[in-house]
Ligand binder design. Structure first.
Ligand code: PLP
Length: 394
């Protein structure tokens, strides 16, 4: 037996354990100090009342012989796929419900989709990057090339025709940088991918934070995307499902290569290796699309957007350069006074007990930058901002 040697190539994920280690050491030495956490990207508001009611209803159905459900369709129940289809229609995107696949979250699908691609594809990812794209391909032994996301390009790298890539990862609004592509910019990426016969794996996990009309809420709002893109989306940040687990992936019928259909292959892959998301969870997810559900989750999103604005306004006041905050729950800021990412982390922790995420943890280009999230409570966000102002105001 031989184990997959490519696991040796994966960097240990030190980032969040390093952060936890430093914060724990600090709190042990300073038990009287109140630490404010704006580091991790997890939500803090509970599920919406409509979702809770739907979950209860589905639990009750499971208690009775007449309404009990066993195995469901691996690719998701029609009631949820149709609701998502309607959601896309409202964004101006026409899909067939069988182009939509329900999963237990975007992370699983982002990793599992690689089953349908040949090993010798060249992968293009931005730096800094959500680490899942890099680690999943490294595990599979694929060659990865990086494109620079920097302050100069607003952390939105554009295609370079001198680079030949087969699988391209785009995440918009971006984690960690909060930067979001316009539809016009995405059109350039779609044209590049179609010209290169490449595929774009488009991560739209944060699309619900987009407020400006020229920004894309789906890559399928861009003409030509159906022949070159797969989109990943999630209820995690939209509706607080980080612990409940549900997401969806759109694989268009038009995405074909060498007579093979990506949609059929993904269906085959899912029916072989996956037995579907729990009925109860899918009922909860479908409630998100009811009029009451939409109204309730919009209130939750607005709450996080207000937090993002509080942080962004603070950066404006301090004259600190940043991206995100407006169409994203992340604020990606340039560390002040020439500090590197970890120096700034320690500076905030030791002086004002505010925890964020050092940009260097997301790639070489993240050095000198720092991520704050809007997913904390309003009270914590406001207090953290006051402390940051007190520390950094000249
Ligand atoms: N994609 C991005 C960019 C994320 O930041 C996250 C979670 O933080 C995910 C995907 C994972 O989403 P899910 O909870 O649906 O697995």
């Amino acid at each position: 037996m031989k184990l997959n040697e490519h696991f040796k190539d994966i960097a240990e994920s030190y980032l969040f354990s390093d952060i936890a280690h430093r914060v724990n050491a600090y709190t042990a030495a300073n038990p009287d100090k109140k630490v404010l956490r704006l580091g991790i990207g997890d939500v803090t508001l509970p599920l919406a009342p409509s979702v809770i009611a739907a979950l209860h209803g589905a639990v009750e159905e499971m208690a009775h012989k007449e309404t009990f459900r066993g195995y469901g369709p691996e690719q998701g129940y029609a009631f949820l796929k149709d609701s998502i289809n309607e959601h896309y229609k409202r964004k101006g995107v026409e899909l067939d419900s069988d182009e939509i696949f329900i999963s237990d979250g975007a992370k699983s699908d982002l990793g599992n989709i690689l089953d349908i691609f040949a090993k010798d594809n060249v992968v293009l990812v931005p730096d800094p990057v959500y680490p899942v794209y890099v680690d999943t391909n490294t595990m599979a032994g694929r060659k990865i090339i990086y494109m620079d996301a920097t302050a100069e390009n607003g952390f939105l790298p554009m295609p370079d025709y001198s680079v030949d890539a087969d699988i391209i990862y785009l995440c918009s609004p971006n984690n960690p940088t909060g930067a979001a592509y316009t539809k016009a910019q995405l059109k350039e990426w779609v044209d590049y991918a179609n010209a290169k016969n490449a595929v774009i794996l488009y991560d739209a996990a944060y699309e619900c934070f987009i407020t400006e009309d020229d920004l894309a809420r789906s890559i399928f709002q861009v003409k030509g995307a159906k022949t070159c893109a797969i989109e990943f989306c999630s209820f995690s940040k939209t509706a607080g499902f980080t612990g409940t687990r549900c997401g969806y992936t759109v694989v268009p019928f038009a995405l074909e290569r060498d007579g093979m259909s990506a949609n059929k292959m993904w269906l085959r892959r899912q029916t072989t290796k996956f037995n579907g998301v729990p009925y109860i969870v899918q009922r909860g997810a479908a409630a998100v699309f009811t009029p009451e559900g939409q109204q309730q989750i919009k209130q939750n999103i607005a709450y996080y957007q207000r937090n993002a604005k509080i942080i962004a306004d603070c950066m404006d006041e301090l004259g600190i350069w940043y991206t995100g905050g407006k169409n994203s729950p992340y604020i990606w800021l340039k560390c002040p006074n020439g500090m590197d990412s970890w120096q700034f982390f320690d500076y905030l922790l030791e002086n004002i007990q505010v925890v964020g995420t050092p940009g260097a943890g997301f790639g070489a280009n993240g050095e000198g930058f720092f991520r704050l999230t809007a997913f904390g409570s309003e009270e914590v966000t406001k207090e953290a901002v006051e402390r940051i102002k007190g520390l950094l105001k000249k």
